[in-house]
Write a protein that binds this ligand. Structure first.
Ligand code: ZN
Length: 498
């Protein structure tokens, strides 16, 4: 993230050729490294639980979007509109309200009158939208204003940067700043799904996330240097076979409509035309062609809030076996069952340094919303700060504290002393909090822990097994997994300024 931030500060001063060379160099290295998950990450084809299917029993949904980056792109909107209209397609044009062009009001009307949608593509196109929460807050006020004044339903961040937890404040119906898999993006962590998902805010509110599921034109033709559309065709077939959402984002800025010599970052617009023809020829009558706002409304209209799939990313750091591992498996199953992306890192056998490196590496790729550690305080100590700095919530399952004597002692003392002696209780609470101070929140899964943490302590508690639940003060009895899922939601549903 730091490197990214620095890059966007120097980017305006770098010549286009150098920027392109840097991206191509990075892409070549990544191409080999990510062969298993690009252009197809098979995890992304998993249908979410309770998925209602597409309207009319369609095999897949087809959504076309365009980000209009600069003045060059704006000049070509008409031609792109005409091309799509001629072939019977409609799309959403995402415009930058305070970028290098002024958005003509006649264009908004012309797009809508012809059945197209208008979306918002950030505020400026400078990669600094998320540089700090304060900066985001300042820009969010103006973005909200454009959304309501221009009657726009959806948003996409420039450069596909994403901080899904921050976007609630915009009040948009949907966001489209993520992707199912794209290791070539500046912020490459993927949603790993080709289906829409729900990003909940506290209460019943939230917005629909529509991940891009086709390789973007700039990446395919300019960065990777492809001269044909084979990758698009292959991905289309795969998404269709998974009955997912084909969401293709292209940029008029990089489309060469002739007759002049194309710039070095342009590709023939005929590639795009060929793809549209291909879709029609191969799948005519089998897909639901919709605007992104229609997909978002179909999603919220056909799934009530309790049944909407989320896509939180949760990592469990667990021992190979034992009660903590079994518990993690139960929690993982409960989260997976509602569509979340769960990874498990087993840390038995590897040394602390190796395990810590693995956790950081996986987090860099996936950007977990929550990392939960079982039993390994040493690992937690090694990885806590990098994880926290990048926005992950941390949790510690206290059930297998290495210093079980402490817990046992606390347990033995609890009934007799804690209730009667405030100083002992304070001391024990202080010790517990000191151990846990590095995490955001601590689900405690042991009766000793419950004793330590109940009543007047701020540590939230969820019990880990039925016996503990009976001892705990949270009142639930047989809904452990549900309680856990609820806890994960409260930890990871980050509201702006909350
Ligand atoms: Zn853009």
């Amino acid at each position: 993230m730091l490197l990214n931030r620095a890059y966007y500060h120097v980017k305006p001063f770098l010549p286009v050729s150098l920027r392109l060379a840097l991206r191509r160099w990075r892409a070549r290295r990544r191409l080999a490294q990510y062969r298993d998950v690009w252009p197809i990450d098979i995890r992304a084809g998993q249908q979410p639980p309770g998925w209602p299917g597409w309207p009319g029993g369609a095999k897949f949904a087809l959504v076309l979007t365009h980000d209009v980056e600069g003045a060059r792109g704006l000049d070509r909107v008409d031609r792109l509109m005409a091309l799509e209209s001629r072939l019977g397609f409609r799309s959403c044009f995402n415009l930058v309200p305070e970028g290098e062009y002024r958005v003509p009001h006649e264009l908004l009307d012309a797009l809508r009158d012809n059945g197209f949608e208008v979306g918002l593509h950030g505020l400026k196109h400078d990669g600094k939208l998320y540089s700090s929460k304060a900066e985001f807050g300042r820009r969010a006020v103006r973005i909200r204003d454009y959304l309501s004044r221009w009657k726009i339903a959806g948003f996409r961040s420039p450069f596909m940067q994403h901080q899904l937890g921050w976007l609630h404040i915009l009040g948009a119906e949907y966001d489209g700043s993520t992707f199912d898999t794209d290791p070539f993006e500046p912020q490459p962590d993927a949603a790993a799904t080709v289906f829409p998902f729900w990003v909940p805010a506290p209460g019943q509110s939230g917005y629909v996330e529509l991940p891009c599921t086709m390789v973007q034109d700039f990446t395919l033709f300019t960065v990777l240097g492809e001269s044909a559309i084979d990758v698009w065709k292959r991905k289309l077939d795969w998404i269709a076979s998974r009955r997912g959402m084909v969401l293709l984002n292209t940029h008029p800025d990089y489309m060469d409509f002739g007759p002049n010599r194309p710039a070095r970052d342009e590709y023939p617009a005929s590639h795009y035309e060929e793809m549209l023809n291909h879709i029609r020829q191969e799948y005519e009558g089998l897909y639901w062609h919709a605007l992104p706002q229609d997909v978002a409304r179909y999603y919220t209209g056909s799934l009530d809030p309790a049944r909407r799939n989320t896509r939180k990313k949760v990592c469990f750091v667990v021992p190979d076996s034992g009660e903590a591992a079994a518990r993690a498996r139960r929690y993982a199953a409960a989260l997976t069952a509602r569509g979340d992306l769960v990874e498990t890192i087993s840390c038995v056998g590897s040394g602390v340094a190796a395990a810590a490196r693995e956790i950081i590496r996986r987090h860099r790729e996936t950007r977990f919303d929550l990392v939960q550690f079982h039993d390994r305080l040493d690992l937690l100590c090694c990885t806590a700060w990098p994880l926290k700095w990048s926005g992950a919530k941390l949790a510690l399952d206290l059930s297998d504290l290495p210093c079980t004597r402490f817990t046992a002692m606390a347990g033995a003392l609890a009934d007799h002393v804690i209730a009667s002696d405030g100083r002992v209780r304070d001391a024990l609470n202080f010790a517990a909090r000191a151990k846990c101070s590095v995490e955001h929140h601590v689900p405690v899964a042991v009766s000793g822990g419950n004793r330590l943490c109940r009543d007047d302590t701020p540590l939230p508690v969820v019990a880990g097994n039925p016996q503990d639940l009976e001892a705990a003060t949270i009142g639930a009895t047989h809904e452990e997994n549900h309680e856990y899922v609820r806890l994960v939601d409260s930890l990871t549903t980050e509201t702006f300024g909350g």
